[in-house]
Design a protein around this ligand. Structure first.
Ligand code: HEM
Length: 241
């Protein structure tokens, strides 16, 4: 909880700074993140797309829901853009990312999770200050629901960064196709499969031991510590307390 009070707003702020960097230095990625096919010229306002159905073949969104003018505020904190947002169609097909839907929705999933954490933190903080943090069952449920979300956001962020950067491994300089390993595919497959197996085993072992601890639960037989009764009483209970 204490950590989230610091991290949740910080995450949104840092995410925002990342988006600004992408806007200036990796414009094809920004266009993909926003499923923006046409250029929005400087001096005009840019709408922020909340939900859309991007169509790679037709180079347009089949439908979409937008908040008028919101993207100009998000990127530049201004009603009208100073720097144009270049649309995907400005680049040749081989010079820009594809799978726009994947990039667009990964970005939105990450943002939604970031906002969820911020909302969870705010509501919990209010409850905490009122001394009833653990009173409401739905709030505890919301925390349990939050447990896997950080991992999902990390994966989504990684998709945005790496799929969004294609076809470049170094933006505008080295193509991914030119950076492909010279090693025979069999060797790559072997080391990748080895790593995958190793992590799979770690995952299984973690689940096994983790669930054993959870199923066992806390030791309810142990006496509670007697704080405040004596001036200073060293805690001589067994380490497991
Ligand atoms: C409002 C909330 C958020 C915004 C605006 C945001 C924004 C961004 C942007 C623009 C990128 C792409 C950066 C690039 O390609 O250069 C990114 C990447 C990433 N984000 Fe987020 N993000 C948010 C929330 C989160 C959350 C909650 C997490 C995880 C708990 C997260 C984890 C990541 C990760 C791991 C990457 C990839 C970094 C890398 O590959 O080096 N983000 N984020």
């Amino acid at each position: 909880m204490s950590l989230l009070i610091i991290v949740a707003p910080l995450q949104i702020f840092i995410g925002h700074l990342s988006a600004e960097q992408v806007y200036h230095y990796q414009p094809t990625k920004l266009a993909a993140m926003e499923a923006q096919w046409e250029t929005v010229p400087a001096g005009t306002k840019a709408d922020w797309s909340i939900i859309a159905l991007p169509n790679d073949q037709l180079e347009k969104n089949n439908w979409e829901l937008k908040v008028p003018g919101a993207l100009s505020y998000l990127l530049e904190l201004k009603p009208q853009l100073d720097t144009p947002i270049k649309g995907l169609k400005e680049w040749r097909s081989e010079d820009r990312p594809h799978m726009i839907g994947l990039i667009y929705y990964s970005f939105r999933v990450m943002i939604a999770i970031g906002l969820y954490f911020a909302a969870l933190m705010t509501i919990s903080l209010v409850q905490w200050l009122q001394g009833k943090l653990t009173d409401s069952k739905w709030l505890m449920g919301a925390w349990v629901f939050a447990a896997p979300l950080g991992y999902i956001a990390v994966e989504a962020g990684w998709i945005v960064r790496c799929v969004g950067r294609q076809p470049w491994i170094v933006y505008g300089e080295i193509r991914t196709a030119d950076a492909v390993s010279q090693l025979p595919p069999g060797e790559i497959l072997f080391s990748l499969a080895g790593l995958a197996l190793m992590y799979f085993v770690f995952f299984g072992v973690t689940l096994f031991f983790g669930s054993r601890i959870i199923v066992k639960g806390p030791d309810q037989e142990l006496t509670a510590p007697q704080f405040g009764k004596t001036k200073f009483a060293p805690d001589r209970r067994p380490a497991q307390v």
